[in-house]
Design a protein around this ligand. Structure first.
Ligand code: GTP
Ligand code: MG
Length: 170
């Protein structure tokens, strides 16, 4: 029996890490090198099939700028999954991931699937965050982990595929 599921997912993380770029790559398979910073939040949907089951992702791409910080609970509330994004070339953005994890553990949905994405992995020469450190942290908290590049498309479909596979059965 095949199922069709609506999955609310939100993206969180510092401004400029590439949340909107990941969503754009996933939904339209495009990339813009000078994307405008998100105002408030933006919404997109994309349907994928994993092992014969259909998942309609309802994606809330939040704004990372500090002035929008207070809006975040509106988007993670009721989410089945959260993708917390950092930029592998910016250590401070990885530190911010831990802040989001703590907030979700305290105030988020109890069974939320957490995914951590280390984006901009195409910029190897500028790397500040080692993959093994982030991978180890994700393992400790039971989160999905991927290094991604919205620019080259590396691991972007795989990230959503992994989330679909981690969702508890209906
Ligand atoms: P806010 O909306 O302000 O929270 O930022 P955001 O997290 O949505 O970042 P956004 O997607 O707007 O990306 C910021 C900048 O980084 C843009 O100029 C993108 O083109 C660039 N960028 C995003 N992803 C990648 C990537 O994988 N590689 C490289 N090289 N640049 C990227
Ligand atoms: Mg954005």
């Amino acid at each position: 029996i095949m199922s069709m599921r609506d999955i609310k997912v939100c993206l969180l993380g510092e401004s400029g890490v590439g949340k909107s770029s990941i969503v754009m790559r996933f939904v339209t398979n495009t990339f813009k090198s000078a994307l405008e910073s998100t105002i408030g939040a933006s919404f997109m949907t994309k349907t994928i099939v994993v092992d014969g089951d259909t998942f309609k992702f309802q994606i809330w791409d939040t704004a990372g700028q500090e002035k929008y910080r207070a809006l975040a609970p509106m988007y993670y509330r009721g989410s089945a999954a959260a993708i917390i994004v950092y930029d592998v070339t910016r250590e401070s953005s990885f530190h911010a991931v831990k802040g989001w994890v703590h907030e979700l553990q305290r105030h988020g949905p109890s069974k939320i699937v957490l995914a951590i994405a280390g984006n901009k992995c195409d910029l190897e020469d500028l790397r500040e965050v080692q993959e093994r450190d982030a991978q180890e942290y994700a393992r400790e908290i039971g989160a999905i982990f991927c290094e991604t590049s919205a620019m080259t498309a590396t691991n972007v479909p795989e990230l959503f595929d992994k989330i679909a596979r981690m969702l508890p059965p209906e």
